[in-house]
Design a protein around this ligand. Sequence first.
Ligand code: FAD
Length: 426
Amino acid sequence: MPAPVYIDSHYARTLSVDAPRRALSGTVETEICVIGGGMAGLATALGLAERGHKVVVLEAERVGWGASGRNGGMVGAGFSLGLSAIERKVGRAHAKRLYQLSADCIPLMRERIETYGIDCGPIVPGVYTAWWYDAPDEVRRHIDKMNEMDATNIDFVPRQDLRELYRTERYYDGVYKEDGFHFHALNFTIGTAAAAESRGAIVYEGSRVTSLELAGDIKRVRTAAGEVRADQVVFCCSGYLGWLHPRLALATLPVATYVVLTEPLGDRLADAVRTEHGISDTRLANDYYRALPDTRLFWGGRISAVRRPANLEAKMISDILRIYPQLQGIKAEVAWPGTMGYSVHKMPQIGQLSPGVWYNQGYGGHGMNTTTMGGELIAKAIAAQDEEWRLFEPFGLPFAGGPVGPYVAQMVYWKYKLGDWWQARR
Ligand SMILES: Cc1cc2nc3c(=O)[nH]c(=O)nc-3n(C[C@H](O)[C@H](O)[C@H](O)COP(=O)(O)OP(=O)(O)OC[C@H]3O[C@@H](n4cnc5c(N)ncnc54)[C@H](O)[C@@H]3O)c2cc1C
C-alpha cells in the first residue's frame, strides 16, 4: 500500500517537521485506544498521557490529515452554536460554564505550545468579527451577552476603524477579541502528536480501523495489519468516520468547506487588508481570512454537503473579489477542501456509548479550541472519573438524517445564504 500523504495545501507546503510514523502491525495491548489522529484524538491522547496513562492512537492517514490540518487556523472561545441558542437550551448558568470551558483551553493551548516547543507560528493574537449589516445596537448586545458569560478582552470596533484595517464597505461595526489567535494548524496538530509521544503515547499512521469488538472488558480494535487490545476506546473520527460505528455515523453530518491561498500580493495587499489579525464576518455562510507576513491572503469560506465545487480556485478568488473588488486580477496559489463533522445541534458530541466506549467529535467549524477542551474532558473522565463531560449530555447524539442528511444540510446552507442576503438588504 502506498504511504499516506497530506493533501496539497499551504500547511502541507510549510511543515516544520515531516516525519511519518509507522503503521500498526501485530497485537498491541494498552489501556486506552484513541481512533483518529486529528486535534480531538491527539488532545485526548496528550491529556491521558500527561495523567500517566498508556495510550495508543490509530490514524488512518497522517496525523492532522483531516480537518485539523486543513482549516483556517483561527482560535477563539465559543462553539459553532451561538451563545444565545446555548442559553435557550440549557439555561444561563450552564451556558456560562460551557463557554468558560471553551475559553479556558485557549491558555492551555498556548501553555502546551510553550511547554512542548511546538513550532506552529507565526502566532498572531487578536481576531475581529465584522457585522455584515448596519446594526450597532446588535453588536453592543452581543458584547453584553459575552460579558454575561464572563468573556474577557472584547471591544467594540466602530466601522470607520474597521474599514481602515479592512478596506471594504461591505463591513459595518465589529468586535475585537484579543484572546483569540491564529496559527499554523497542521504544525500544531503534529506537535501535539509529538507531545503525546514524549509522554509515552504511541501514535500509528496509515492505520485505518476496519473492525471493532467493543463488548466485554477488553475491546479489540483492528486494522488491516494489526489489533489493539484496550480497556477503553475513544472515537475521534469526526467527518471522516464513514460507517465505522453506525450509531455515531447516524449522528454525524460530514460537511465540506474550503480554503484558498493567493499568490503574494506585494503592495496591493494594503489596498485591501492592512493588519495581520484574522477576521470573519457575521453571515451564517461567512468568509474568514488573514494576511500572511509574505503578503499572501489565506482565505476560507463556502460549504457544500453534497457536491464539491468545480474550479475551486476561481470560485474562492471570486469570493475575495466580492469583498475586495480592488484586487481584480489576483491569482490563487493553491486551494483545498476539508470535511467537518457536524451534529444537527451544532455543539460538540462528547460522551460515553457504553462502559469504556467514548466519543469526542462533532466540532463542526469551531474546533480549534474546543477539541483541546473535549480532549481534556475525556482524559479527566477516564483518568479521574471526572463528570464534567456530562455538561454536554443535553445535546446528545441526535439523528443527522442518514443518507439524506447532506441534502438537508445543503438546503440549510442555501437558506442561510438567502437569509444573509435578506439581512443585508434590510
Ligand atoms: C477548511 C476548514 C476550515 C476550518 N477553519 C476553522 C477555524 O478557522 N477555526 C476553528 O475553530 N475551526 C475551523 N475548522 C474546524 C476544525 O478544523 C475542526 O472542527 C477540527 O479540526 C476537528 O478535529 P477532529 O480531530 O475532530 O477531526 P479531524 O481533524 O477531521 O480528524 C479526524 C481524523 O480521524 C481519522 N479517521 C477517520 N476514520 C478513521 C478510521 N477508521 N481509523 C483511523 N482513523 C480514522 C481521519 O483520517 C482524521 O485524521 C475548519 C475546518 C475546515 C475543514
